[in-house]
Ligand binder design. Structure first.
Ligand SMILES: NC(=O)c1ccc[n+]([C@@H]2O[C@H](COP(=O)([O-])OP(=O)(O)OC[C@H]3O[C@@H](n4cnc5c(N)ncnc54)[C@H](O)[C@@H]3O)[C@@H](O)[C@H]2O)c1
Length: 335
């Protein structure tokens, strides 16, 4: 079995590759090692993977149309997992074109590859940010997600639409996963928990947005990987009614072998509790600088995971204290 992982030098891609390699699965990983955050961290993740039997790395940009077509023309993949993306809500206000190049153009290149190769299963990362400021919690995949409040969220919603279309037209078994604030060892330096640990450890102040009045469904990376691996083994069978369309009687239902799941902890945590948990794990107090809500940010994320439990028998459950302790241990040994 050979799995293509795009964004393999990224946080989630690295952990998925480790898990699959430990189970004897062949992993073909691509990444463009871009400079959105510290490239040396991406290279360090890769250096953990490269000596392992069954791992192949190719430096490739998803927005390179010819390169991606060649990749699919020369390799056969049993499963394709798309994790390469321009991530981050705030950066989409600064560099919108990076989101278009990778998350839109690059994603079409990937879909075309899957179409011409007729892959058994395409799994792609979406995001809780598609729910925007929906007042109804927990967020369910059958809820309307027509009002994204950042370009990042809009590109993720676009991915879901584009993947649905390809799944419908070319009967590609496809699963979209809406991740909720993934954290853990080898994590992303642009995310709040990472910045907080870094600053508190160095005795520097932390920026606390919306005066700490924000909640996130923090999901430990091992839980995300467990959910992903279970989903990967279960390609949707044809036909599946689109649940969101199904819920709206005014729309003619179409079918596609397509499913969407939330992967979240189902337990939102206040920013203030995250900070206290980090203070306890580090044994140091934070100097807090309170700032207003940032454009594009949402007040709460909270995943309804009933579908995940029903279909793959799993629900993320690692307590924040445990996950943050693992992150702090990694942070101190790595840096
Ligand atoms: N980490 C989270 O909390 C979170 C939450 C919701 C959704 N997601 C989504 O999950 C996926 C993985 O996120 P992550 O946290 O591992 O992010 P990451 O930034 O660590 O990983 C993405 C990787 O993709 C690579 N990449 C970016 N553009 C590329 C391109 N054009 N061609 C090839 N490679 C490219 C980057 O170099 C990086 O190594 C992304 O799609 C992200 O949007 C993550």
């Amino acid at each position: 079995m050979q799995v293509l992982i795009t964004g393999v030098a990224g946080f989630v891609g690295y952990h998925l590759a480790q898990r699959l390699l430990s189970e004897g699965v062949q992993v073909y990983g691509i990444d463009n090692l871009n400079e959105y955050y510290d490239v040396s961290l991406k290279k360090a993740r890769l250096s953990q993977l490269q000596p392992q039997a069954g791992f192949t790395f190719e430096y490739l940009d998803l927005s390179d149309r010819v390169g991606v077509a060649n990749l699919f023309a020369t390799h056969q993949f049993d499963c394709v997992v798309n994790l390469a993306a321009q991530a981050g809500v705030r950066y989409s206000l600064i560099n919108p074109h990076a989101y278009v190049d990778t998350n839109l153009s690059g994603f079409v290149n990937l879909l075309e590859g899957c179409r011409h190769q007729a892959v058994n299963h395409l799994v792609f990362a979406s995001s809780s940010s598609v729910y925007g400021v929906n007042p109804k919690v927990p967020f369910a995949t059958s809820d309307s997600v027509d009002h994204p409040i950042s370009l990042y969220a809009a590109t993720k919603k676009a991915n879901e639409l584009m993947a649905y279309t390809y799944s419908h037209l070319y009967r590609i078994p496809t699963t979209g996963l809406r991740f909720f604030t993934v954290y853990g060892p080898w994590g992303r330096p642009d995310m709040a928990y990472f910045k907080f640990v870094k600053a508190i450890e160095a005795g520097q102040p932390i920026e606390v947005y919306n005066h700490g009045d924000m909640q996130r469904d923090f999901t430990y990376v091992d839980d995300v990987i467990e959910g992903m691996v279970r989903v990967m083994r279960r390609p949707p069978t044809d036909p599946v009614l689109d649940s969101a369309v199904d819920a709206d009687a005014s729309i003619q239902p179409t079918t596609a072998p397509y499913k969407l799941y939330n992967i979240g902890n189902n337990q939102p945590v206040a920013l203030s509790r995250l900070i206290q948990t980090i203070e306890t794990a580090l044994g140091k107090s934070a100097q807090k600088q309170f700032l207003p809500m940032q454009p594009g940010d949402v007040p709460i994320t909270y995943a309804d995971v009933d579908d995940l439990i029903r279909d793959v028998g799993f629900k993320p459950a690692t307590p924040l204290e445990v996950g943050i302790r693992h992150f702090v241990d990694w942070y101190r040994s790595y840096y």
